[in-house]
Design a protein around this ligand. Structure first.
Ligand SMILES: Cc1cc2nc3c(=O)[nH]c(=O)nc-3n(C[C@H](O)[C@H](O)[C@H](O)COP(=O)(O)O)c2cc1C
Length: 447
């Protein structure tokens, strides 16, 4: 039996258990006296409450906000400029209501699903995130072990803090052996194309199930909370070779460690990637509208992730779940032609089930798996368990036993429908920008 002091308690109790001197804000971007704080210290600022007392993804976030080193919190929690998209990703889910069905014998509910032909126990995956070692010494190795034990997908970042063989080793995989869970490799294409080609060619099959090409961050977004805290000098990403530095703009890890990314990438490069690895499915991560979803089908990729990088690239880009609705409205046939994943703002089992009702195959979470990693592998396992439980409870109360019984008729989206575009172009503004902004024909031709 659990020790009474470890029994679950609510967030107010969690807050009371912290050292009240350490209160980093979720929106750490405002005050100028925050500029360039010292690099992270070895000692965390407060003691973590027992893992057994955490009940939701929000609890992990609260603990992380109080216990992570200032730089880690600034890098993880931050988003571009005013952080509106980061917050709207989350808030948009709250504007979609259910239309539950009753009397459907939901005594047994199953969350089993498939991603690109691989089984997962829950339609959930860990979205790729750079430098997981900042939060825990086992970093991506602990994420891998937890995903393997719980049977959920994992997407490993080009900017991971461990090399791929070490991550695979932590979850029973190797160059020749697939781990028990689907592992995907997220790719940032470097300006050094030869280095990218060599990295892509080296990806072991069957251990790596697909290549996720990130397309929503040709240049890093302006993340002020991250810039305000100095980066440690000794931080490096082994696979991309990126190194942390501080410069005149600040200490933004996202910016300096993304400096190698090739902003000249185009749709033609999808064919180039395929030529490097015809055996690997390609998924485009960062589709933000119907026009590019249709272009992805034309490009012949196997999947897309509807994502805005957790609001870290272009602030006021549309919330992910609204883009999912845009696809349903403008090009519903894409759901038949490729797998559609979503990430951004997913915090609850209800968020996951809403995405599935609207056509998603599986749903990713970024920050909150990092916050759970604050407790190592066990923390990540616990967050998966919490999400699975919330998904099961949502399904049962919706009157659904299996994921393939979910459909759009179970959600009421009226509160956001007016925000969903009906056409590719602007509905009424028709001016032509080029004639006014570019003087000579030669410049026009370059556009
Ligand atoms: C700290 C951090 C690092 C990230 N690093 C990457 C990355 O290396 N590659 C990538 O494609 N996306 C990266 N992302 C974006 C995530 O994959 C994901 O799209 C986003 O976190 C989803 O939003 P959420 O945090 O609200 O769940 C990162 C996000 C965070 C928070």
């Amino acid at each position: 039996m659990a020790d009474p002091k470890d029994l679950p308690y609510r967030i107010t109790d969690l807050e009371a258990s912290f050292n009240t001197n350490a209160t980093p804000s979720n929106n750490a971007s405002s005050s100028s006296d925050e500029l360039l704080k010292p690099p992270p210290t070895a000692a965390p600022p407060a003691t973590k409450p027992p893992l057994s007392s955490l009940l939701s993804s929000y609890d992990f976030e609260t603990v992380a906000s109080r216990t992570l080193a200032p730089k880690t919190w600034a890098f993880y929690a931050s988003a571009a400029t005013d952080q509106l998209t980061r917050d709207a990703n989350r808030a948009s889910f709250d504007r979609i209501w259910w239309r539950p069905r009753v009397l459907r014998n939901v005594s047994r509910v199953s969350t089993g699903a498939r991603m690109l032909g691989r089984d997962v126990s829950v339609p959930l995956f860990v979205s790729p995130a750079a430098m997981a070692r900042l939060v825990h010494p086992d970093g991506e190795r602990a994420l891998a072990a937890a995903c393997a034990s719980r049977g959920v997908g994992q997407c490993i970042s080009t900017n991971a803090s461990y090399p791929l063989p070490e991550i695979l080793d932590a979850c029973g995989g190797s160059a020749t052996k697939a781990p028990p869970h689907p592992v995907f490799f997220q790719l940032y294409v470097s300006r050094d194309r030869a280095a990218t080609a060599s990295l892509v060619r080296s990806l072991p099959r069957p251990a790596i199930a697909a290549l996720f090409l990130t397309v929503d961050a040709p240049v890093p977004g302006k993340r002020e909370a991250d810039e305000r805290v100095a980066a440690p000098d000794d931080l490096a990403a082994p696979m991309s070779g990126a190194r942390a530095t501080n410069d005149a703009k600040g200490g933004g890890l996202g910016r300096v460690m993304g400096a190698y990314i090739d902003a000249s990438l185009t749709w033609d490069d999808v064919a180039w990637l395929r030529s490097l690895r015809p055996d690997l499915p390609i998924v485009l991560k960062g589709i933000q509208g119907a026009a590019d979803a249709m272009r992805a089908v034309e490009a012949g990729v196997q999947g897309i992730v509807v994502s805005n990088h957790g609001g870290r690239s272009l602030d006021t880009s549309p919330p992910a779940v609204l883009v999912l609705l845009e696809l349903q409205r403008c090009c519903p046939w894409v759901f038949e032609r490729l797998e559609v994943y979503v990430d951004g703002g997913v915090r609850r089992g209800t968020d996951v089930v809403k995405c599935l009702c609207l056509g998603a195959t599986a749903v990713g979470m970024g920050r909150h798996f990092l916050y759970a990693l604050n407790y190592g592998r066990e923390g990540v396992e616990k967050l998966v368990d919490i999400m699975k439980d919330e998904i099961e409870v949502s399904m049962a109360n919706l009157g659904v036993k299996h994921l393939d019984e979910l459909h759009p008729g179970l959600v009421n989206t009226l509160d956001v429908d007016h925000l969903v575009p009906t056409t590719m172009d602007h509905p009424y503004a028709k001016w032509s920008p080029r004639s006014r902004l570019v003087k000579d024909a030669a410049s026009k031709a370059k556009l």
